[in-house]
Design a protein around this ligand. Structure first.
Ligand SMILES: [Zn+2]
Length: 421
């Protein structure tokens, strides 16, 4: 028996949306769910208790950053990510690949982390010659081979080789509940030939990721069996479980495969079928999602019907309100995105009427909360005028209160969506 399961509770009659629960050793995730990003093992500015009060169910930490600093061995020695950051609910880590590519090829092509997803406007500003950068291996910052990706640390310039085996080992040491296979995130500027070549390599890396993942489980099994002289059904111990349940055992991690293929229909279909046949617990959709939001939903239309129905589906790096609503209708279960927390730190509050920019002079003496009907701590206690003052005065409480409101807004939105499926 696995203690990682996905249960579909209900499917919509009007769309392909579904409501479900991902069960993990650190608790359940009700889906559809939004996953806030905690890049450096912290959702910037908030304590775990505050995240709990905002109904945050799971957070997304970045392998690339934690590997470079403080290093996965330190996190492991301190008891793993949950203990390290004092968060006892589920955690998901990425493979590190996306950051390597977005800090390498992406930056070189003038396409940033977010713009790399919808670079249409950027494209128009790039001289014609720049359209001809299909091949990420030409980058000076990163070198891609069959073995993996060599890159220079953005912290100290040290050369590092990240491979599928290394990524899985790092993620195992970090100890998140859900981890991702190592993939190449191709640039939206990549042409068909390159995207195909990269996708095929990603498929080989998916197999190597799974083999490493399974070998680690087998290895751990035999270690525990030797120690306890028990040979049956032992995979992992979970010390946080009540004593009586400690011998009934369990995996402590589950792995997601990643579908690539850029904005090309046949490649997306091929990748979906290939990754869908491998025994991954969940399926993530990654890579370039085209040049516009329309392209993105088109890609999801090609991909989702071919995915195994009973496995959870994650859409990587997307978190705009309309994108979330539309993608849920297409059958996505979970999302991660830095947007709600990142814009909070710049004074942008999410509201039902769109974004509210607190720097605006119209809020100078506004006694109202950000949203009257919002039950978050910020709206219950502070006026727009006070919040505006905090931001203009560059007080750290401003970004904190904005983050609280925006994450509460996302939790409330997802709860409403779940109730309506
Ligand atoms: Zn609020």
């Amino acid at each position: 028996m696995s203690n990682f399961t996905f249960t579909i509770l209900k499917t919509s009659k009007k769309s392909l949306a579904r409501r479900g629960i991902v069960h993990t050793p650190h608790g359940n995730i009700e889906t559809p769910a939004f996953i806030p990003v905690g890049t450096q093992a912290t959702v910037k500015g908030l304590t775990p208790e505050e995240l709990e009060s905002l109904d945050v169910q799971i957070i997304f930490a970045n392998t690339y950053h934690l590997f470079l600093r403080p290093g996965e061995k330190i996190v492991k020695d301190l008891g793993g990510l949950h203990k390290f950051m004092n968060w006892q609910h589920p955690i998901i880590t990425d493979s590190g690949g996306f950051q390597v590519f977005s800090l390498g090829a992406g930056m070189e092509q003038g396409v940033g982390k977010i713009a790399s997803i919808f670079p249409e406007e950027k494209l128009m500003q790039i001289p014609n010659s720049k359209f001809q950068i299909p091949n990420s291996t030409k980058s000076n910052r990163i070198k891609i081979t069959e073995e993996g990706v060599e890159f220079k640390s953005h912290i100290d310039g040290k050369k590092i080789l990240l491979t599928p085996e290394k990524s899985i080992q790092i993620q195992k040491d970090l100890g998140a509940d859900l981890i991702l296979a190592f993939d190449e995130c191709t640039s939206p500027l990549a042409d068909y030939e390159y995207t195909k070549k990269a996708m095929e390599r990603t498929h080989r890396w998916a197999i190597r990721s799974l083999e490493t993942f399974n070998a680690q489980i087998a290895n751990r099994k035999s270690q525990i069996a030797k120690r306890k002289k028990i040979t049956s059904n032992i995979e992992y111990e979970i010390p946080c479980l009540p004593a009586g349940r400690r011998n009934t055992i369990y995996n402590i991690q589950a792995i997601y495969g990643i579908v690539q293929g850029g904005m090309f229909r046949d490649l997306r279909e091929e990748s979906t079928q290939f990754i869908g046949k491998l025994p991954f617990f969940g399926m993530a959709i990654g890579g370039s999602l085209g040049k516009s939001k329309k392209d993105m939903h088109q890609i999801l239309d090609w991909t989702l019907p071919l995915l195994p129905e009973k496995r959870p589906r994650h859409l990587l790096g997307i978190g705009g309100i309309e994108d979330i609503i539309e993608s849920i209708k297409q059958g996505i279960d979970t999302f991660d995105c830095a947007m709600p927390t990142r814009i909070a730190r710049t004074g942008a509050f999410l509201t039902k009427k769109g974004r509210l920019n607190i720097f605006n002079s119209r809020y100078q003496s506004d006694k109202n909360p950000i949203e009257k009907e919002c039950r978050c701590y910020t709206c219950q206690n502070y006026s727009r005028a006070y919040l505006r003052h905090l931001f203009w005065a560059k007080e750290m409480l401003g970004p904190r209160l904005a983050t609280i409101h925006n994450l509460y807004f996302m939790s409330r939105l997802m709860k409403t969506i779940r109730e309506n499926i």
